[in-house]
Ligand binder design. Structure first.
Ligand SMILES: [Zn+2]
Length: 397
């Protein structure tokens, strides 16, 4: 909330609404000089708040309209400001599950896999003829129940051929064999030898088989067989080969990938609770998907303030121009951190609950996500930061 009371500016305004015709919440930050006369005017397309300090105006995107006559539940929270609820009409907003691929890759077209963090080419010009989702982990049990003979697929992992890309919850599997002429992803130092010893993997499935980006040393995934690599969706970006690598700020990319995974999993498996864990099974975050159709409009990101910060920090320009609007679609989540032995009891009850789904990411990305969540949480007015014992956060889509 640092910039909320910037000199000469009015109070901070935060409007949260959801798709369809639903209630919206408007939070008006307390003016810096303390209680004062606040003049709030609501029109279908804007909210304006005037105090003796200044004036803040939120202009709503075209697909959102407020019903000014529906204002109710006006509440003053000392130290925070005013909250009020009103009816809003918003076009259906949802975190549309987009393709795994940053841009749709037409069949037969060559695509290139890049390290998302630094743009290093990981696989060049791969023609993907089949992009198929992997069955869920419990499919083996299902096959066992439905087949009258022993499961023919038992102990035969589904591994991709040269032109296949198999997608899992948070990763894709690709075959690296046909890329032997290319620089391979560098493997972690512990097991470079194990690449040519296939048996080694069978004996030591948990052996250190990390795939590391040569240039920036980020962990991209791991080898699951001598020629199959598992790449995490949060680390790799796949694009048609003829287009240039698109630079997406890391936090924006991580948020949108995780948001998409959560939305897809919750609709496919009717589950809303997730544990975020690293490949060793260590849980970092318990996460509860609350809704996937939030629209948040925040005066902290208004153009006037952005202009001012661009003048001060020219290096920020690119990032801010990439996302100049003050409104964004988001999924709303509740979370608790589990690092440093926090919330151990709750974590173990979630781990033993079959209705909770676990999402595996590299440990550095688990920490990145936790940082993103806590940044989003601390940007909220304090009365909106908690729901029961969970913290509230938004992941931008
Ligand atoms: Zn890299």
């Amino acid at each position: 909330m640092g910039a909320a009371g910037a000199a000469g500016a009015g109070p901070r305004l935060l409007l949260e609404l959801r798709g369809g015709r639903r209630g919206a919440l408007l939070a008006v930050g307390e003016p810096e000089e303390g209680p004062t006369c606040v003049d709030i005017s609501v029109t279908p397309a804007s909210v304006q708040v005037k105090t003796s300090e200044g004036c803040t105006e939120l202009r709503l995107p075209a697909e959102v309209r407020l019903d000014p006559s529906s204002c109710r539940g006006l509440q003053f929270l000392p130290g925070e400001g005013l909250h009020l609820r009103l009816q809003a009409q918003a076009a259906e907003i949802s975190a549309k599950p987009t393709s795994v691929f940053n841009q749709n890759v037409p069949a037969q077209e060559c695509c290139t896999f890049y390290c998302q963090s630094c743009g290093e080419v990981i696989i060049r010009d791969r023609k993907l003829l089949r992009v198929l989702p992997l069955p869920s982990e419990d499919w083996g049990a299902l096959v066992g129940e439905w087949c009258c003979h022993p499961d023919p697929f038992a102990n035969k992992p589904l591994l991709p051929q040269a032109n296949d890309c198999f997608t899992g919850d948070s990763f894709f599997l690709v075959n690296l064999k046909s890329d032997s002429w290319q620089p391979r992803p560098e493997l972690g130092p512990a097991e470079t030898h194990s690449l040519d010893a296939e048996d080694h993997f069978k004996l030591n499935p948990k052996a250190n088989t990390k795939v590391i980006c040569k240039r920036c040393k980020v962990m991209l995934g791991e080898m699951v067989s001598s020629e199959t690599a598992k790449f995490y969706m949060t680390e790799i970006i796949i694009q048609p080969s003829e287009s240039a690598f698109s630079v997406i700020p890391r936090s924006q990319f991580v948020q949108s990938v995780i948001a998409r995974c959560l939305v897809e999993l919750s609709s496919a498996r009717s589950t809303f609770r997730f544990t975020i864990q690293d490949p060793e099974g260590k849980v970092y975050i318990l996460l509860w998907l609350l809704n996937s159709d939030s629209l948040v409009i925040d005066s902290l990101r208004s153009s006037r303030r952005i202009q001012r910060s661009i003048q001060k920090f020219p290096l920020l320009e690119d990032q801010l121009q990439a996302d100049p609007s003050s409104s964004w679609n988001a999924v709303k989540v509740l979370y608790v951190p589990c690092i440093k032995s926090r919330n151990e009891e709750l974590a173990s009850s979630w781990e033993n609950d079959i209705s909770v789904h676990s999402l595996t990411l590299p440990s550095a990305t688990c920490l990145e996500l936790l940082l993103i969540l806590s940044r989003s949480n601390s940007a909220l007015p304090s009365s909106l930061r908690f729901m029961n014992s969970f913290q509230v956060a938004y992941l931008k889509v």
